[in-house]
Design a protein around this ligand. Structure first.
Ligand SMILES: [Zn+2]
Length: 61
């Protein structure tokens, strides 16, 4: 089963609702992923506006 990414926050989601933003608008067309462990000290997290650890897609269509 293909994983999906949240169109709003780019989090790679499991289940029906995004754990971060509670959106349910997902895409299965995404590329690349990053694992953010420590959002407060991550430049990538800062750039992506991520403040919850987890897996995120770099690009979501
Ligand atoms: Zn989300």
């Amino acid at each position: 089963m293909a994983e999906k990414a949240c169109k709003n926050c780019h989090r790679i989601v499991e289940g029906d609702v995004c754990a971060v933003c509670n959106e349910s608008s997902f895409s299965d067309e995404w590329r690349g992923h990053v694992i953010i462990i420590d959002p407060e000290n991550s430049k990538i997290a800062e750039r992506m506006n991520v403040d919850t650890p987890g897996r995120y897609a770099l690009r979501v269509r």
